[in-house]
Design a protein around this ligand. Structure first.
Ligand code: ADP
Ligand code: ZN
Length: 368
């Protein structure tokens, strides 16, 4: 990949503001090691990422006392056991308050690292070196950190902002196609929820994105991060607006939980979930059905799923949606839209309409 040029933005959070750098080769060229104040560094990564990129990172940390923990890949590793091990690593290092945690990997490594950093001595610095498209455009920005419990995803966590996000787009060269496409679902989300111009740009550049054109990918990442950074700056702890980022996620999380075999990636279930949110909005006469079509068409061009999986059970999905963290006092609270680029929070959606929407989608799927 050629260097598409450095792009830089900031998440404006007063004393906790931080930069996001996007570009090819940044692991080697950006000055992120200068942000590390103390001597102690814990690096968390995973077995798919570390062989490619850990040497580059270690090379930048000469003179520091570094401990590295490399996890098997996958969401099940984002658990309290791994959290305890990483805390043990910091204890063994005799890490002081000026220690730093470095996350080198996708969202799993990033969420776990951030939570470790949030908890050690009530909060130390951490640096995000995201290596998946999804982590670059979404999970590495905004300070949501967590681990999963058997009872549900992200149930134990904290808001803890990183000191910097360094998105080296060259790392995407080894990312499997399917993971890249799953990340594109979250990119489409930013257009769908608040920026029709960006959505149209994505329509025009769908082929270039799939072909991993470096400049086009870098622009998509930058524009996504601009949206994320702006929303996080307005509403850091999700008291209001930040919930819009969950477009497609209540449906999506239900699909992920119902999918006992783990066939769907997060981004894939979000793609289906966004189409369901758009369909429901149209069925509630909030939005034109033609916008649902436009969304489904773009997602399908990006080789993302847009239909309910075979055998999906509307009643079960509705039950799972009732468990969503966004619900308040037993009301179904969903992110829907008034049309492309106009997502909105609907606090009290009629469950029968949601069930009917899921049943329609299941029926259409069955009839091909
Ligand atoms: P996400 O960022 O999508 O939330 P993960 O952290 O689970 O999710 O990463 C998705 C998968 O991609 C994992 O199997 C991870 O090991 C792998 N992976 C992450 N980054 C890279 C990369 N740059 N090259 C190859 N594989 C990667
Ligand atoms: Zn998501």
């Amino acid at each position: 990949m050629t260097n598409p040029g450095l792009r830089q933005l900031r998440v404006e959070l007063g004393a906790r503001a931080y930069p996001i750098l996007i570009g090819g080769g940044l692991l080697q060229t950006a000055t992120w090691p200068e942000l590390i104040r103390g001597r102690h560094v814990l690096i968390l990564s995973d077995e798919n990422v570390a062989p490619h990129y850990l040497p580059l990172v270690l090379d930048r940390l000469q003179g520091k006392t570094v401990v590295t923990r490399i996890l098997p890949p996958g969401e099940p590793e984002k658990n309290l056991g791994r959290f305890a091990q990483a805390i043990d690593d910091l204890a063994t290092l005799k890490a002081s308050r000026d220690a730093t945690v470095v996350a080198l990997g996708g969202g799993v490594v990033g969420d776990l690292s951030g939570f470790v950093a949030a908890c050690w001595m009530r909060g130390i610095a951490f640096i995000q070196l995201p290596t998946t498209l999804l982590a670059m455009v979404d999970s590495s920005v905004g300070g949501k950190t967590a681990v999963d419990l058997p009872q549900g995803k992200n149930l134990v966590g904290a808001f803890h902002q990183p000191a910097a996000v360094i998105a080296d787009t060259q790392t995407l060269s080894t990312l499997p196609d399917r993971e890249l496409r799953a990340g594109l679902a979250e990119v489409v989300k930013y257009g769908a929820l608040g920026d029709e111009t960006f959505f149209a740009w994505l329509e025009a550049h769908a082929d270039a994105l799939l072909a991993r054109d470096p400049a086009v990918l870098a622009e998509a990442i930058e524009r996504s991060c601009q949206h994320k950074a702006a929303i996080v700056a307005r509403d850091e702890t999700e008291q209001g607006d930040r919930a819009l980022l969950n477009l497609g996620h209540t449906f999506g999380h239900a699909l992920e939980t119902a999918d006992a075999y783990g066939r769907l990636l997060h981004g894939e279930s979000v793609a289906i979930g966004m189409v369901l949110a758009a369909r429901l909005s149209a069925e509630l006469d909030m939005a034109p059905a033609s916008d649902t079509e436009r969304l489904a068409t773009l997602l399908a061009r990006l080789n993302l799923p847009v239909d309910l999986p075979a055998g999906a059970n509307p009643g079960q999905l509705l039950d799972l949606m009732r468990l969503d963290k966004k619900n308040l006092s037993g009301r179904l609270r969903l992110i829907l839209w008034r049309g492309l680029g106009q997502a909105c929070i609907v606090p009290d959606v009629d469950e029968d309409r949601v069930h009917a929407c899921l049943a329609n989608a299941a029926m259409e799927r069955a009839s091909g």
